[in-house]
Write a protein that binds this ligand. Structure first.
Ligand code: HMH
Length: 197
């Protein structure tokens, strides 16, 4: 099925990943600073893990998917610089150890390295589509967090997500099990941040 049908078909799970209390608290400015800091440090690790997954997927993707994957990989490299700047501005140590949800998500990505290309593209699209919808729920965002909300709600990011959908659909993606595994990992990631006090 087209990947865009997956969030419709699994609306409850998708809502848990994209309408999480973390995001409403970022919108309202009521997020505990420690929870936000945990998210920031752990997400920088996740992006490094995602870059590894995406580079490997690029290496085995069909010609038609190469450009969107290569552009996305470059965006992740630049995002790692951006995370370093944001962390330094807040005095955060990005070398802090991975928490269990981050490690579990990294393990899922490693398992997906071994999945076929349609499944891996479906996973990558799900990863990015959940972030697009999640941060859209936090719009406009409290001033202290607005730059993060803007980062994942910018028009260019929406265009990237649409490009990934086209790439996944072109190879017959739309695996529901993969979608639900990624959505569960996203929920666990927000839960991890909120659990930090
Ligand atoms: C947990 N999911 C998580 N972090 C991200 N940065 C993205 C998705 C989007 O790249």
């Amino acid at each position: 099925m087209p990947v865009d049908e997956l969030p419709v078909r699994h609306a409850d799970a998708f809502a848990d990943a994209t309408r999480h209390p973390f995001l409403t608290a970022v919108r309202d400015g009521t997020i505990a600073p420690s929870a936000f800091h945990t998210w920031l440090v752990q997400d920088a690790r996740f992006v490094a893990d995602l870059l590894r997954f995406q580079a490997r997927l690029l290496a085995r993707a069909p010609r038609a998917a190469q450009e969107v994957l290569a552009r996305g990989a470059l965006a992740l490299v630049q995002e790692l610089d951006w995370f370093e700047e944001r962390a330094a501005a807040r005095g955060l140590d990005l070398s802090a150890p991975a928490l269990p949800a981050t490690t579990a998500y990294a393990n899922l990505l490693e398992r997906l390295d071994g999945a076929d290309v349609p499944a891996a593209l479906t996973a990558l699209w799900t990863i990015e589509r959940t972030y697009l919808d999640a941060w859209s729920a936090a719009l406009p965002g409290a001033p202290a967090y607005r730059e993060f909300v803007e980062h994942w709600t910018a028009p260019g990011f929406g265009g990237y997500v649409a490009g990934l959908a086209a790439a996944a659909d072109a190879v017959g993606g739309g695996d529901e099990r993969v979608f639900l595994e990624v959505v569960a990992a996203e929920i666990a990631f927000w839960d991890m941040a909120v659990a930090t006090r």
